[in-house]
Design a protein around this ligand. Structure first.
Ligand code: IVH
Length: 670
């Protein structure tokens, strides 16, 4: 055999060291330095080289491990049956390939029976029940030996400490496996607390769960809101439990939480549909999932298929596109929004995150910027979850180049140069110059946006040009624009100009709630604008409304009322409103174009994953005279709850607020 390339030998050695290092940070210290995606890349490269050069595989290669050796702080607990790891796929083609191997292995020509489950991103544990009592529990550890964390597990409120007598009789030894997770909201609170106590915040909810569970003092664990979801039993030869789906039913009957999104699927097509559905609800869940686990349902089939080294042949993890990636911070710009808030924006070397290319990310505000201490030239971790704005979550300081440049918050507004201030009690800096071009651009864009006057063709670029050319000094100027004045603008052809003028003309008849929203009064979103229109019916009455009347409206708080009052008493705004009238904006009285008023005045809170996006239900509620708010209180009339509703449901129960599922909601609508 030819001697291996020394370069490869060296690369392999470095990979092993780095992976071991990051494994330790992740599993033992609960404090990772690199993103999961980056770790996966290192690991994939290791596997690739080892596959090509089996002679170079060392007995201590991290590829032999499924996790990390247990920490010395806890007693080791050997698993009677190993806790395996999962192979992963990242596309439907790759899943089809898995499915093909399953059918081949089982010698079936039709569809295989699967169970699809969310892949919860927490800490895997095993719970042991002897004669019906929860006696011991452990982390997964390296798959063979975990850490005995029994006292800590006992503090998790949804772990049953006893099985039914019947189950105890049938299964004198029962090992239950599942994931301990921390909700995102609980995680955020925990971090707030840690920062308050001058302690280091945790990187993500997974580390929140792991860190909380692996506390030496169980009373600390007890104060952390952890949840256990059961996803299986270790021993698949127990009488009466012949499949994953039967096991799930049994676990439910014993009081274990089994995830609501666990479903059966026949064949690869149904699996792919389940995956898309899961990806669609992912962002609405209050905890992290990083993909879907697909298991061959029948235990007998699982046994037939067996396993290869670290993973079963009967199950696979279909991972979502990575939501985190590392890239280089090339600069920081400061952008000014329509309300004058100055936000630091990271300019990044373009990188793919969660399926899209990201080159800008929010750095939020001065405090966040300081806490991150991101310097230009730094390698940073960027995160993009669903539709939210990408953000920089951490800095890999070990990769910092010697010349990395510190970022300073500017003293003056980057758009107009006016000194920027940080009002007391606020995290944000503001430019207080109402004539600031950047603010004006933001206001114009908001004015013309879908929720506002819905002027098609008026995007951010055009807004900038109109302002730069002096054609628009406030949104009302739009109504005095002619085609002739538009034509000299960049990229403005005849057709585009007449379309824009026509769109502006159409907007003169905009209905009242949208006009109110378009004004951009601080805090007044679409829902509040609708409330105001409903209450006052005529715009003139709203203009004259006093604080007292405003605060009497359910859903309008004192701060918003002040903002509204402040807006209408400002001379500049009054002049602009007069110009809007002169320009032909109709301000017609509000007529409810309601589908019905069966929900008149009713306050709803929507929670959990429903069959359609939340906005769909929100629209129905509003069209029927109801309104939707974000949190449950004594004023809430109904909670509309879908799958996996979380803490809002608990609160509703506590307050005795009626809870509707979709079908009862439809009944209510008649
Ligand atoms: S089944 C052989 N089901 O994923 C079966 N695992 O790589 C292995 N995980 O850390 C486990 N959700 O904790 C299974 N519904 C689920 C899961 C799940 C999350 C985690 C598990 C382990 C990793 C396996």
């Amino acid at each position: 055999m030819a001697a291996p390339d020394p370069k490869i030998v060296e690369e392999l050695r470095q990979l092993r060291d780095r992976i071991n290092h990051h494994n330790r940070l992740y599993y033992v210290e609960d404090n990772p330095e690199i993103s999961d995606a980056e770790f996966d890349r290192l690991f994939d490269r290791l596997l690739e080289i080892e596959k090509q050069h089996p002679e170079l595989v060392t007995p201590d290669s991290p590829s032999h491990r499924v996790g990390f050796a247990p920490s010395v702080r806890f007693e080791p607990l050997a698993h009677r049956l190993p806790m395996l790891s999962l192979q992963k796929v990242t596309s439907s083609e790759e899943f089809d390939e898995f499915d093909r191997r399953v059918r081949e292995g089982l010698e079936i020509s039709g569809d295989a029976d699967y169970v699809t489950e969310p892949k919860l991103d927490g800490l895997a544990v095993e719970l042991i029940y002897e004669d019906g009592f929860f006696v011991r529990g452990a982390t997964r550890g390296d798959g063979a030996v975990g850490e005995n964390i029994t006292p800590n597990l006992k503090t998790i409120k949804n772990i049953p400490l006893r099985l039914s007598d019947d189950a105890a009789g049938r299964y004198p030894l029962l090992e239950v496996r599942g994931e301990v997770i921390m909700r995102r909201t609980a995680f955020a609170k925990l971090n707030e607390y840690l920062v308050e106590q001058n302690l280091a915040p945790l990187a993500n909810p997974r580390n929140g769960a792991a860190g909380s569970l692996r506390q030496l003092d169980p009373s600390v664990t007890a104060r952390r809101p952890l949840i256990f979801y059961a996803y299986g039993i270790s021993d698949t030869t127990l009488p009466g439990l012949e499949s994953q789906s039967q096991a799930a039913e049994f676990l439910k009957s014993q009081g274990f939480a089994v995830h609501q999104l666990v479903n059966q699927a026949k064949g690869a097509k149904q699996v792919a549909a389940a995956f898309d559905k899961l990806a669609g609800v992912r962002e609405r869940l209050d905890y992290d999932i990083d993909g879907m686990v697909i298991k061959v349902d029948r235990f007998l089939d699982q046994t037939l298929l067996g396993q290869i080294s670290r993973a079963p042949r009967w199950a696979v993890a279909w991972k979502f596109a990575a939501e985190e990636a590392t890239t280089v911070l090339e600069g920081v710009e400061f952008s000014v929004g329509r309300t004058g808030i100055v936000t630091p924006v990271a300019k990044l070397k373009p990188v793919r995150v969660g399926g899209v290319v990201v080159s800008n990310a929010s750095l939020h505000n001065q405090d966040e910027l300081r806490a991150l201490d991101a310097r230009i030239g730094d390698t940073v971790v960027v995160r993009r979850a669903g539709d939210v704005i990408p953000e920089v979550v951490s800095v890999l300081t070990e990769k910092r180049p010697p010349k990395a440049k510190t970022v300073r918050f500017p003293a003056g507004c980057p758009s107009c140069g006016t000194e920027i201030v940080r009002p007391e009690g606020e995290a944000a800096h503001r430019c207080l110059n109402a004539a600031c071009p950047a603010q004006l651009e933001g206001r114009l864009f908001h004015f013309a946006s879908k929720g506002g006057l819905d002027i098609e063709g008026l995007g951010g670029k055009l807004a900038r040009q109109l302002i730069a050319q002096g054609l628009v000094k406030d949104p009302s100027d739009l109504f005095f624009i002619t085609k002739e004045r538009l034509l000299p603008l960049d990229l403005m052809a005849e057709k585009r100009a007449s379309n824009l003028v026509a769109a502006i003309d159409r907007s003169r008849g905009t209905e009242l709630p949208k006009i109110i929203y378009a004004l951009g009064i601080v805090g007044v979103g679409e829902a509040a604008a609708r409330l105001l229109a409903e209450h006052f019916v005529s715009f003139e009455r709203l203009e004259k409304a006093g604080l007292e009347e405003l605060t009497q409206i359910q859903g309008i708080g004192p701060v918003m009322a002040e903002n509204i009052r402040g807006y209408f008493s400002n001379d500049g705004n009054r002049q602009m409103l007069a110009k809007l009238r002169k320009g032909g904006l109709k301000f017609a009285d509000y007529k409810k174009s309601v589908a019905g008023n069966r929900l008149n005045g009713k306050a709803f809170v929507i929670t959990g994953s429903l069959s359609k996006p939340r906005n769909h239900f929100k629209n129905i509620i509003e069209q029927n005279g109801g309104r939707v708010s974000g949190s449950v209180s004594a004023k809430t009339d109904y909670v509309l709850a879908g799958a996996d509703p979380g803490s809002k449901l608990t609160k509703a129960r506590k307050l005795g607020v009626p809870i509707l599922d979709e079908s009862r909601f439809e009944q209510l609508l008649g």
